[in-house]
Design a binder for this molecule. Structure first.
Ligand SMILES: *Cc1c(COP(=O)(O)O)cnc(C)c1O
Length: 397
């Protein structure tokens, strides 16, 4: 591929990213390089390898091979202004390494009340044991973050939109407050991906993806990534090496394979999810649809200002009704699987109870909540399936 400086569209970027000739060796996708041992020509050669920077050089399997570097580079290329990316065996491993690269005993981290539950558990478990304190904050705090930052605050976690309930955060306002105090910002950008929200260009220091979701896109691999702004990569990489983190080359190959179609998949997820969310808005059994692109979603105006698109995951609140009625809706669905995770080609539906995972914000929902991952099936089939589900709900309610 020729190097040009012409800005490229999203589809072109995901097709070309990370495919350096030295790694692909002339085939289209970088092959799977499996390795633990790397062989050297001599003792002198072995010693020289240990003395120089191992970045993008074969050294030992734990430091990666072209298969991992190719995907890491691709993700860096998708974040204009980023310095580098490190890959992890899951999204949660990525979140943990990113936080551990920044925090030390005595530090405080600020986490939105709507954070992914395992992020909360990490903070109240491992980080607390290490003498790192956490204060949870209202995700809609915006410019109020300036007054919320404390003397020992070292890092602010952001997740936008929030898990389960999709509150859109004012990321530029929070970043501005953080920068004024020298506080590091970490964003869980799994929902939007760099295509709908280029985080580094918006001033985020460390942006995290559960690649398990849209990068892989086929519900068959666990993978995570952290992409760092200039000045943050060396510490991230060193911490990750010290933790012994390495993502499997086979999984990274599948991640690269998935990435090539991410732009077109996301466009379809977006279009189908919007069609279904708008249809749900008009159903009498539905009280609220929590989708960032729709006005009922807290932070909708911020979404319109900052995001280039919306993906396929959203929730809706039923208008009253019991747990059993919600289960009747979900259990009988033909096209929606019941299971965790999301971002694959297939639709999913799960019951969610956000208040169980909140400590500083309250919800007053009209009824039980359902989270949908809209896959790549025909939206008309999914709508017919949900229509029948709402009838089952109404019959039990
Ligand atoms: C799934 C998810 C993660 C964790 O990713 P895993 O690969 O499942 O460990 C982190 N953040 C968000 C927002 C997620 O949805």
């Amino acid at each position: 591929m020729k190097k040009t400086d012409t800005p490229k569209g999203d589809s072109t970027r995901v097709v070309t990213a990370g495919r350096r000739k030295e790694w692909t060796q002339g085939v289209v996708n970088t092959p799977v390089w499996r390795a633990s041992t790397i062989l050297y020509d001599s003792v002198a050669d072995l010693r020289a390898a240990g003395a120089r920077d191992t970045h993008h050089r074969l050294f030992y399997g734990r430091r990666g091979t072209p298969t991992q570097w190719s995907l890491a580079d691709a993700l860096t290329e998708l974040e204009p202004g980023a310095e580098g990316t490190f890959l992890y065996p899951s999204g949660v491993a990525a979140i943990a390494a990113a936080l551990l690269s920044v925090l030390s005993p005595g530090d405080e981290v600020l986490i939105p009340d709507t954070a992914y539950d395992p992020t909360r558990s990490l903070a109240t478990g491992l980080l607390a044991r290490m003498g790192i304190t956490t204060r949870f904050y209202d995700p809609l705090i915006g410019a109020g973050m300036a007054a919320f930052i404390g003397d020992t605050t070292r890092a602010i976690v952001l997740e936008s939109p929030g898990s389960l309930t999709f509150e859109v955060q004012d990321i530029p306002a929070i970043v501005a407050a953080a920068k004024a105090r020298g506080v590091t910002t970490l964003l869980d950008n799994t929902w939007a991906t760099p295509l709908f929200f280029p985080a580094i260009a918006h001033g985020i220091d460390l942006t995290i993806l559960a690649c398990t979701k849209y990068i892989v896109g086929h519900s068959d691999v666990m993978l995570g990534s952290v992409t760092a702004a200039p000045g943050h990569f060396a510490r991230l990489r060193n911490t990750s090496f010290q933790l012994g983190q390495v993502a499997s080359p086979d999984d990274c190959w599948l991640g690269s394979r998935g990435l090539r179609t991410m732009a077109i998949r996301l466009r379809q997820h977006e279009q189908s999810a919007l069609e279904i969310a708008r249809w749900l808005q008009h159903q009498t059994e539905v009280a609220t649809v929590l989708h960032p692109a729709l006005p009922d979603c807290p932070g909708h105006a911020t979404f319109l200002r900052d995001f280039a698109g919306s993906s396929g995951l959203f929730s809706f609140v039923l208008d009253g009704g019991t747990e059993a009625a919600r289960a009747a809706l979900i259990d009988g669905l033909d096209h929606f699987g019941i299971g965790y995770s999301w971002g694959g080609f297939e639709s999913l539906a799960i019951p969610v109870d956000p208040q169980r995972h909140r400590s500083v914000t309250q919800r007053a929902d009209a009824g039980p909540m359902v989270r949908l991952q809209i896959g790549l099936e025909d939206p008309a089939d999914l709508i017919a399936d949900l229509a029948a589900g709402l009838k089952r709900f109404a019959a039990v309610r």
